[in-house]
Design a protein around this ligand. Sequence first.
Ligand code: COA
Ligand code: ZN
Length: 181
Amino acid sequence: MLGADVRVWNWSQIREGAVIGAGTVVGQMAYIGVDVRIGRGCRIMQKVVIDTGVEIGDAVFVGPFVTFTNDDRPRAWSTRDLTGIRWHVGDGATLGACAVVLPDRHVGHHAFVAASSTVTHNVPPHALVLGSPARIAGWVCEQGHRMESGDTTGAGTERTCKECGFEVLIPRDWEEGRWCP
Ligand SMILES: CC(C)(COP(=O)(O)OP(=O)(O)OC[C@H]1O[C@@H](n2cnc3c(N)ncnc32)[C@H](O)[C@@H]1OP(=O)(O)O)[C@@H](O)C(=O)NCCC(=O)NCCS
Ligand SMILES: [Zn+2]
């Protein structure tokens, strides 16, 4: 089901049961699997693979060639039961070009996955992760600017964006990579 003003470019395949929110744009040659959920105002770039089990929030950027992989141990001759695999991507997050997200890994709201990263652990909200495997390399504001760290207390670290003034407390658990949607 496509919301109002959804635009889908040529040669994309949107499977049965998929729901795409109003104003989202799907680029050329995208694959969107059965029952996938994509929110409003997202930009899904060309040649992505978004398989069954993916749930994407609002205003999410999914860069070209991003792939959600659904089988950890594929063999050409095996057909494993892949039901129950889930991925959740929070509102305002960015997945850079060619990022790969392994099964049952989640990306928090406003997190930023750098180009060509392999997501092997959950990515906490506002985290910038990069590399393969993707590691936390900093924290970004809603606009994607890197934030500076301020006071640290038992609760976590205050982070502020000098460019837009955004402020957020990043809990210690998130800093240590412990986060679950
Ligand atoms: C991560 C990113 C946002 C840059 O962030 P930044 O804070 O400006 O980082 P810098 O460019 O200052 O680089 C910081 C370090 O990270 C490294 N780095 C930057 N991007 C990287 C990436 N994608 N993967 C691995 N390392 C990366 C740099 O080499 C640098 O390391 P060094 O200090 O050892 O040289 C950017 O490189 C990126 O990946 N953007 C996504 C682009 C994209 O996919 N767009 C899709 C539309 S086509
Ligand atoms: Zn900012």
